[in-house]
Design a protein around this ligand. Structure first.
Ligand SMILES: Cc1cc2nc3c(=O)[nH]c(=O)nc-3n(C[C@H](O)[C@H](O)[C@H](O)COP(=O)(O)OP(=O)(O)OC[C@H]3O[C@@H](n4cnc5c(N)ncnc54)[C@H](O)[C@@H]3O)c2cc1C
Length: 391
């Protein structure tokens, strides 16, 4: 039996989710991709089985089962459907700013609705002119008595149009650079809030990615998370915790593609034997499996670090996102190759998996940005002891 650093309880939950994924989610995956419509039936399934409660503490109605469990769950679901895996990853991403930086009142107001799955959240940082360079954002928030007025727009927002609340970053001091940014919760029915175009895209087609507008959007001042000027730190703290969720999605896609390619290679015969017995194909399978296992080691290490309260997570979390994302892209490309011409056809799931894999190298910070973050943290680390005695 494979070694897994999971407790009996975690294994039990994992197995339940694995069964749900196989029996209820996998049969819908191709349809969700084909139709490109948000899969509310999957949200309903999650609600029924308390899956959206996984990222939350029991006092807010969640399962209180910790961060590693969330990652394992996203991995299991993404093995069969990356769009559906993303729904759980987003429940965490959209809630993290409230979990990390919300007051007790704010947590009590919003977290139970997210834990039950009554509301889906969104995290709105990116703008048309600011993606990697998020501090270049132009959306502004102006204090008006006991309220704020937000003006501007956000682009490429996951869950646009389906979320009940949006965590929005805006400049309260337009000339203040990073220190001029503040974080807010905007509920979907706030006056002046509007959802724009939902983008057609390459993969994760059932997930909505859209523009949102704030036209003198009026929200209560008590919806600000943290102090004025804290927003950039709030946003980065979220990413440190949420990048592993995308890494888990990536690993799930990679393992799903490996498993499918393996089964195919055992049954497809050329030159008198299964292609799995041709050395060039066997080598591909071995490399795919090894990369997935290495990615899992890094990912679970982050999950355990979060559960043990280790700080800072910046470097480890960026490494997991980088390695798992690149693994997903490389492994799914090889899976398509193993299936030959059939791999290129929509009839086989590896075609979808390869398209779905690509996004894991782009969102929540591109792979280039992960490398910059990792190298920056390395430069900051004191490693003189490692060089002792080196001439
Ligand atoms: C499907 C999808 C869902 C998304 N969901 C969300 C969401 O829910 N919330 C949200 O806020 N955002 C979301 N995004 C936005 C996403 O995080 C950004 O697209 C991403 O961060 C890159 O920003 P950009 O597209 O503006 O690219 P740019 O920042 O313009 O980058 C273009 C290229 O230049 C490279 N680059 C940029 N700066 C540097 C540098 N300093 N050094 C080296 N290379 C660099 C990048 O790596 C990239 O290859 C989503 C995007 C997509 C496609």
């Amino acid at each position: 039996m494979a070694y897994e650093p999971l407790s009996d309880e975690q294994r039990e939950i994992r197995d339940l989710i694995r069964t749900l994924a196989r029996e209820r989610i996998a049969p819908r995956a191709a349809e969700i991709d084909e139709q490109g419509e948000f899969p509310w039936d999957m949200v309903e399934l999650f609600r029924e089985h308390e899956i959206l409660g996984l990222p939350f503490e029991e006092r807010f109605g969640g399962t209180g089962t910790g961060a590693l469990m969330v990652l394992v769950a996203i991995e299991e679901i993404s093995k069969v459907c990356a769009t559906t895996g993303l729904i759980l990853a987003l429940q965490e991403l959209g809630a993290l700013a409230i979990k990390n930086d919300g007051s007790d009142e704010q947590k009590e107001r919003w977290l139970p609705r997210l834990a039950s799955g009554e509301w889906l959240p969104a995290y709105a940082l990116t703008e048309p002119g600011s993606g990697s360079d998020s501090a270049a954002m132009r959306t502004e928030a102006r204090r008006d008595g006991e309220e704020y007025l937000l003006d501007g727009s956000k682009r490429f927002i996951t869950n646009a149009g389906v979320a009940g609340l949006y965590v929005v970053f805006a400049k309260t001091d337009p000339n203040g650079g990073h220190a001029g940014i503040s974080a807010f919760v905007v509920e979907a029915d706030a006056p002046g809030f509007e959802v724009g175009r939902i983008e057609p895209k390459m993969g994760i087609k059932g997930s909505t990615t859209g523009e949102v507008f704030f036209n003198e959007c009026r929200i209560p001042a008590e919806n600000r998370l943290g102090d004025e000027g804290d927003g950039f730190k709030v946003a980065m703290r979220v990413l440190d915790r949420s990048r592993p969720g995308i890494a888990a999605q990536a690993l799930g896609i990679a393992q799903g593609a490996t498993d499918y390619a393996l089964e195919y290679a055992k049954s497809r015969e050329t030159m008198g034997k299964p292609i799995a017995e041709h050395q060039l194909i066997a080598a591909k399978l071995a490399d795919m499996e090894t990369r997935c296992e290495a990615a899992r080691g890094l990912l679970y290490k982050v999950g355990m670090a979060i559960d043990e309260g280790v700080e800072p997570l910046t470097k480890l979390s960026a490494m997991a996102k980088l390695f798992c994302g690149d693994t997903a892209m490389d492994v799914t490309t090889e899976a398509v190759q193993i299936l030959g011409g059939y791999g290129y056809m929509k009839e086989y799931p590896v075609e979808r998996m390869m398209r779905d894999a690509k996004i894991t190298q782009i969102y929540e910070g591109t792979q280039e940005i992960q490398r910059l973050v990792i190298a920056r943290e390395m430069v900051r680390e004191a490693r003189t002891s490692a060089l002792a005695g080196v001439a």
